[in-house]
Design a protein around this ligand. Structure first.
Ligand code: NI
Length: 169
C-alpha cells in the first residue's frame, strides 16, 4: 500500500515519535509499505511520521533500488558516533520542491533495531551518514530546515504559506 506523504505544516512531523516495542507481522507490513511509499515518492529515506505514524521507525535506500542489500530498516535508532563535517544540498519528501545546503557529520554510526527487533550497529559515510541523521531527526520531531539559517527558513516558510493559501501544498 502506498501512503500519501505528510507535508510540512502537519504537527505529526514536529513531535517526537513513540518507540517501536512490538516487532510482529504488522510491523513487517508497515515496513514494506514504507519502502513502497518511499520509492513511489522518489525518495531515499522515509520516516514513519511522514506517513502520519508517530513511531520511531524509518526506511533508507540510498541506492534507490540499485542494490537490494542497501535496503535498511532502522527502528529506535540512536546516533552513537559522528565524524567530520560535510555540506551538501538536502531535501525532504515532506517539504517538496525545496533544497538547501546543510552541514552534517560526514561519517555516522548508529545503533538501531532491525525489523525483527535485533539490535545492530552500522556506520555510514556521505549520503548514508546524512540519511541516518536526517531520519533520526524526523523521529525527534525535527526537520532539516532547523539546521539552516533563520533567514532562509523564514523565507521558505513564507513561500510554503503562500502555496498553502493557493491550495498547492
Ligand atoms: Ni525528510
Amino acid at each position: 500500500m502506498i501512503y500519501p506523504i505528510v507535508k510540512f505544516g502537519n504537527p505529526v512531523l514536529e513531535k517526537p515519535a513513540e518507540p517501536v516495542t512490538v516487532f510482529d507481522s504488522d510491523l513487517k507490513k508497515l515496513v514494506d509499505d514504507m519502502f513502497e511509499s518511499m520509492y513511489a515518492a522518489h525518495g531515499v529515506g522515509l520516516a514513519a511520521p511522514q506517513i502520519g505514524i508517530s513511531k520511531r521507525l524509518a526506511v533508507i535506500d540510498v541506492t534507490f533500488k540499485e542494490d537490494p542489500d542497501a535496503k535498511l530498516v532502522i527502528a529506535n535508532p540512536e546516533i552513537i558516533r559522528t565524524e567530520g563535517r560535510h555540506t551538501q544540498n538536502e531535501g525532504c519528501l515532506s517539504i517538496p520542491e525545496f533544497r538547501e545546503p546543510v552541514a552534517r557529520a560526514r561519517k555516522v554510526t548508529i545503533r538501531a533495531q532491525d525489523v525483527n527487533g535485533k539490535w545492530f550497529e552500522k556506520t555510514g559515510e556521505d549520503l548514508l551518514a546524512r540519511a541516518f541523521l536526517h531520519e533520526t531527526d524526523h523521529l525527534n520531531g525535527k526537520l532539516y530546515i532547523s539546521h539552516i539559517s533563520a533567514l532562509k527558513r523564514d523565507f521558505m516558510k513564507r513561500k510554503i504559506r503562500k502555496l498553502m493559501k493557493a491550495g498547492e501544498w
